[in-house]
Design a protein around this ligand. Sequence first.
Ligand code: HEC
Ligand code: HEC
Length: 193
Amino acid sequence: MNRKTLVVSMLLSTAMLTASTLAFSSDDDEKWGFLNRWFGERKHEVGVAPVENPQYLEECGGCHFPYQPGLLPARSWTKMMAGLEDHFGENAELPMEDANAIEAYLVKNAADHSDYKRSRKIMKYMQPGETPLRISKTAYFIKEHNELTRRMVEDNPEVGSFSRCESCHTQAATGSFEEHEINIPGFGGWEDD
Ligand code: HEC
Ligand code: HEC
């Protein structure tokens, strides 16, 4: 082995060692982070797919934040669409044709049909037979929000409920829920350590 080959192979093995250390680090979120940084994370896969369906925005975004379909599995949307006459205590019934079109949109883009990071996480923490109707009752959601206090949510006049994603996640409408974008009204940003 000449000197040049030796240097090259030493550099290569250092790189491989670093890569494998990172790959086997215990933090699930960052496990493949180095690959994303090396090969350029595809930005659109960070959060959940944004809503680009005007009919959905109009019919399901009138009373609350238009939750992206990638926040619940298809079976949840099917169940929800079958019970709109009693939708969390409200009547949200739609003409059959509109309901069918919206259901097809929700099912097609549901968490179990999506490659986006947050959709995959929601499915990863969900039991196979579980059909939650609330995003805020999924195991992944609960795990991510367990450090928040009543004063920040229920007793906070500018929030009121976990269902109001957009009151804390300033970029929620784009499908992004990154930590640095959080601003809890009256409390400010969020630093997890
Ligand atoms: C008439 C008003 C109204 C309309 C229209 C409406 N919703 Fe809702 N929705 C509610 C209320 C009220 C809640 C409960 C919010 C709370 O607990 O703070 C809710 C909750 C939800 C939640 C659960 C949020 C959570 O906590 O995770 C989902 C998902 C949802 N709606 C989807 C839809 C979809 C899909 C449509 C369109 C087919 C729709 N909504 C239309 C009133 C409405
Ligand atoms: C009262 C403010 C508040 C509300 C309302 C809220 N969140 Fe959050 N959310 C947070 C905070 C704070 C964190 C960061 C928790 C942590 O990292 O420890 C978080 C974390 C997350 C994460 C993980 C982000 C990451 O980088 O790990 C997702 C996804 C998320 N929220 C989605 C939602 C959705 C969807 C809704 C509505 C159904 C919602 N949140 C409602 C405050 C809120």
